[in-house]
Ligand binder design. Structure first.
Ligand code: ADP
Ligand code: MG
Length: 624
């Protein structure tokens, strides 16, 4: 409980005790009025102040205004006729109880999510001149500093292990509890917990740019991207409150005036009381609170499953997924290629691998990593200059003065080399030197263990069309698509062709459904932003892809796509339930007032609806 919540709780209790006490005292007349004002002011003074401020700022129509008018009206009625002040105090009291409950529930769920996503690093250890460990603010650590992470501590900044072996718990980031072994030379990301050995890590990023900080930023700012439902609520409240006030005025004046006109005797007091009851009921708090809360809790739940959803506006589209388009390499496959065959021409095998590894020296493409690994002595003294990567085709560089091109058939056409065909159905990488064909290297990628299941579960969720778009050859695209059950594939696409294909798929989907694109590479960024929802692979994925995406999967597991859709659907279902339930009950009660008015019942119903709606929203935290 926060200080403010404690204070408010005390106010509510004190006011309630005084009110109950007053019911047994034989006060009468003005004395009674003054006595009941005490608990009323204790519990409601802040509402009165807010209402006055609202009027001064020319934005009077909010719930504080409604409560103030209703309770002051009830006091006035009691003073002039019934003498029942209890009602006015009780209305304010119940209203505050509702507000308190709501702030408690919201605070609690925020805290819960914060705890679940326990990745915020508080300090970093460095070794000082005396060889002792010193804790410093991670914000003060420069790139390239060696930090020390002891067993049990969180890795504060992204970096590369320089010394030590250990096992990392990545659950807070990915939602998966499979521990990861790391050794010297491995990349590690912040937010993981070091489980066993002491690690020395050379930082490669600043604290603010590190994974943990970025994720927390994303989650905290997610609620600033408002969804349509939230915008609807804001608009709704803006029109709704003035409309309610006008209706209340009409209710107070028109029926008794009509009575008076007919019979010469109108019961104004009865209708004013009804109008006040009407005001009490009309408070839109249930909606205003529960709808944003539902989104917030769902985003938190997704993050703890390793799915970052960058805003509540994406929930709606995610829930309506109809077409899911995949990039192949690194998305459906592991992106870790194994050497399958080497077919050199003019030179020997080792020389061919040597050329390929060198051209790829500076590339981060998954194929580049594999080709470098295929040649053990990549770090020799050969000169590699003028590297140029050509998206969707391959790469070109000057190695020891010769122009070497490495890539697919398109790359060879660009280099002017005449290729020899290969009978393998895996990925074939051709090599040319100064425009002369030097042979090819066959590498094969492995389909991710969960890809097939991922496609199946998407289908179970009602996704109608699954498509692969790839820059790779037709043969590989076909064998991967068939093996995991994807409907269609388009191969040998340049990055621009991928956008064009995505546009076409977008135009072919039925109205109402949405198109999801899942990818990992830099050249996927344009499609990621063009799709209704772009989903990037967070671990393998390039920064550009993660930046352009609306949703990021921290552990690159394609099964999480279906999970994200399920979380989004549950979120939308609960938000819609709350909207219809709150508005429905409201209208029902408002209609009831015309026939039968009781302010007690009104406030009870109002607070009740709000509590139910908030509790309903909190259901979003449970896994689907
Ligand atoms: P995908 O669409 O499967 O992610 P890309 O568009 O990144 O693939 O690449 C398409 C094709 O271009 C690859 O299959 C490969 O033949 C070639 N290619 C791209 N980059 C490189 C590289 N660095 N080295 C060798 N070949 C490359
Ligand atoms: Mg790719």
């Amino acid at each position: 409980m926060t200080k403010k919540q404690k204070k408010n709780l005390i106010r509510i209790i004190v006011s309630a005790v005084i009110t109950v006490g007053l019911m047994f005292l034989p006060f009468d007349g003005l004395l009674k009025f003054a006595a009941f004002l005490v608990p009323y002011l204790i519990v409601g003074y802040d509402i009165l102040i807010k209402a006055v401020k609202g009027v001064i700022n020319r934005q009077p129509f909010d719930e504080c205004f409604l409560m103030t008018v209703a309770t002051i009206g009830a006091f006035a009625l009691a003073l002039t006729s019934s003498g029942d002040y209890l009602e006015a105090v009780a209305v304010m009291l119940f209203y505050q109880i509702g507000e308190w409950f709501q702030s408690y529930a919201v605070g609690k769920s925020r805290k819960n999510i914060g705890e679940l996503m326990d990745i915020r690093p508080d300090y970093a250890n460095i070794e000082n001149e005396d060889g002792e460990l010193e804790q410093v603010d991670p914000d003060d650590i420069d790139i390239g500093t060696v930090i020390i992470v002891q067993p049990g501590e969180k890795i504060p900044i992204d970096g590369i292990v320089t010394e030590g072996n250990s096992v990392l718990d990545t659950a807070a980031l990915t939602g998966e509890s499979v521990p990861r072994n790391v050794k010297s030379g491995d990349e590690v990301i912040s937010g993981c917990i070091n489980l066993s050995g002491l690690l020395k890590i050379r930082t490669t990023k600043e604290f603010g740019e590190s994974t943990a900080s970025k994720i927390l930023d994303l989650v905290e700012n997610a609620s600033s991207h408002k969804s349509k439902s939230e915008k609807f609520i804001t608009k709704f409240a803006r029109i709704y409150t003035p409309a309610v006030v006008l209706s209340a005025l009409a209710l107070a004046l028109l029926p008794p005036a009509f009575e008076w006109f007919l019979t010469g005797n109108g019961d104004f007091l009865k209708w004013i009381y009804r109008a006040l009851t009407f005001l009490v009921i009309s408070c839109p708090c249930a909606l205003v609170v529960s709808v944003p809360l539902g989104f917030f809790v769902s985003i938190g739940n997704a993050s703890r499953n390793g799915i970052l959803i960058k805003g509540s506006n994406y929930m709606e589209q995610l829930a309506k997924a109809e077409t899911v388009v995949f990039d192949k390499t690194g998305t459906l496959t592991k992106g870790v290629f194994e050497l399958t065959a080497v077919h050199p021409e003019k030179i020997n095998e080792t020389e061919l691998l040597h050329l390929a590894a060198h051209v790829e020296r500076y590339s981060t493409h998954p194929i580049a990593n594999s080709l470098r690994n295929a040649y053990p002595d990549e770090h020799d003294s050969c000169a590699v200059e003028d590297t140029e990567e050509i998206s969707g085709k391959g790469i070109r560089a000057k190695v020891n003065g010769n122009i070497i091109c490495v890539g697919n058939e398109k790359m060879m056409a660009y280099a002017g080399a005449k290729i020899s065909q290969c009978e393998h159905s895996e990925t074939v990488i051709h090599v040319s030197q100064n425009g002369t064909y030097m042979g090819h290297i066959v590498i094969s990628d492995v389909v991710k263990a969960t890809s097939k299941e991922a496609v199946q579960s998407l289908r179970q969720l009602g996704v109608k069309r699954t498509v692969v778009l790839t820059g790779d050859s037709r043969k590989t695209a076909e064998s991967v698509s068939k093996s995991i059950g994807i409907d269609e594939f388009y191969s040998e696409l340049l990055p621009g062709d991928k956008v064009e294909k995505a546009e076409q798929l977008l135009s072919e989907k039925k109205s109402g459904g949405s198109l999801l694109f899942v990818g990992d590479g830099i050249n996927d960024a344009p499609v990621l932003s063009r799709a209704d929802i772009g989903i990037a692979m967070g671990a393998m994925g390039s920064d550009a892809a993660i930046e352009a995406a609306d949703v990021v999967l921290m552990d690159d597991d394609p099964l999480k796509i279906a999970k994200a859709i399920r979380i989004a659907r549950k979120c939308m279902r609960i938000v819609k339930q709350n909207i219809w339930f709150s508005i429905g009950i409201k209208f029902f009660l408002l209609l009831m007032v015309a026939v039968f008015a009781n302010m007690w019942l009104a406030i009870f119903a109002d607070v009740g609806v709000m509590v139910l709606a908030v509790l309903n929203s909190i259901r979003c935290i449970r896994n689907t």
